[in-house]
Design a protein around this ligand. Structure first.
Ligand SMILES: [Zn+2]
Length: 370
């Protein structure tokens, strides 16, 4: 797989960093791009770091050498070896490959922007609210940029409305909203599973923005006591750092229920803007899928379900008990919520959640395709 012709240029939609990508397999497009509407010229330096992060797993999936004909951070290049070891240990279909770069060059330090990937979901709200709580701490570097990456390449009024909500939260939190358009997910989809890959996709986006960011937070999906192999993970995310950019896995000290109880339940902004479900219209919670219902249980346990403006105010236990579950991860997450409901003195919620988690019987993890 070869990456060449790395360019930072103005386009109608904003400022764009792109590169030509060739592989032995046919790819859905010939160039990979990261485009920032309203971005400044120097936010997207002409380096190969983002492309190395973006294409490492796809190259491993093909079992072919990755050549990046552009300057790449020496630190990132060293860490990429460890990333490959972890990927290969977790996912047997991925093989370690040879890496060749134009030039290992230290990335230029000094950018003071602090990014947080923000989706209006529980995990990213928890990280944002935690950042606000820590503002007074002497060594703290507060989040200044809320990055919203349009991996699904949504367009239209629903998407614009969603972006408006991200901007509103950014404004109320003293941050700037930075939307990013990219064809990364579409380009790599034939070669990788999103669940395994999305951490690298986020890191690649942060690396593209190295002219803006000195630090970037990825909100944790799982908690330290339960860390399955997953694309964004505390052993992985920091390995995408360069001399200029620290990539940080944030918020793995709490379960989803604890995140809601500790921070979101106390934030009117979070309760008014929470978006957890992307099944139908972008950012519009359907209120009926397992993720919506599981989130509703956590809000109910925190005593704030009726105050959440984006989900039904009452939990239908029959609906919860019979909700379709599509993966072993979803079942496990529902089981965890059931345990927390029982511990919180809500056996009726626990029973309905257990019913949902067990309805199809436990599946061995290895047998499940995510
Ligand atoms: Zn839903």
């Amino acid at each position: 797989m070869i990456v060449e012709d790395v360019r930072n240029e103005p386009v109608a939609a904003g400022r764009r960093l792109s590169a030509a990508v060739r592989a032995t397999a046919e790819l859905p497009s010939a160039r990979l791009h990261f485009t920032v509407p309203g971005g400044a010229d120097d936010w997207l330096p002409e380096r190969g770091d983002a492309f190395l992060a973006a294409l490492l797993m796809p190259a491993m999936s093909l079992g072919e050498e990755l050549v990046v004909d552009a300057p790449v951070s020496a630190r990132l290049l060293r860490s990429a070896r460890t990333v490959m070891e972890i990927y290969a240990a977790w996912w047997a279909r991925l093989r370690e490959v040879r890496l060749t770069v134009g030039e290992p060059v230290e990335a230029t330090r000094g950018q003071d922007g602090v990014g947080l990937f923000f989706t209006l979901g529980v995990d990213s709200f928890y990280s944002l609210l935690g950042d606000r709580e820590r503002r007074a701490e002497p060594a703290h570097r507060p989040v200044s940029e809320l990055l919203f990456v349009n991996f699904e390449q949504h367009t239209g009024p629903d998407y614009e409305h969603l972006l408006g909500r991200v901007r509103l939260v950014a404004g109320r939190s003293g941050c700037r909203a930075v939307p990013v358009e990219t064809n990364l997910r579409a380009l790599t989809a034939p070669l990788v599973r999103w669940e395994d890959y999305h951490g690298a996709a986020l890191a690649a986006t942060a690396l593209a923005l190295q002219g803006l960011l000195g630090r970037c937070l990825i909100a944790a999906s799982f908690e330290y006591r339960h860390l399955p192999p997953y694309g964004s993970h505390p052993v992985l995310d920091h390995l995408w750092s360069t001399e200029a950019l620290d990539v940080v896995h944030d918020g793995a000290g709490a379960t989803r229920t604890q995140k809601v109880a500790r921070r979101l339940a106390r934030s009117e902004l979070a309760l008014r803007q929470l978006a957890v479900c992307w099944r139908g219209r972008p950012g519009q919670n359907c209120g009926a899928c397992e993720k919506c219902l599981r989130t509703m249980v956590t809000l109910e346990l925190a005593g704030v379900l009726g105050r959440c403006g984006t989900l039904p105010g009452v939990l239908d236990l029959e609906r919860l008990g019979s909700v379709p579950m599509h993966s072993a991860d979803a079942r496990e997450a529902m089981r965890e919520v059931a345990l927390e409901a029982r511990a919180g003195g809500r056996p009726e919620l626990a029973e309905a959640a257990e019913l949902a988690a067990d309805r199809h019987g436990p599946l061995p993890r290895a047998a499940v395709t995510r």
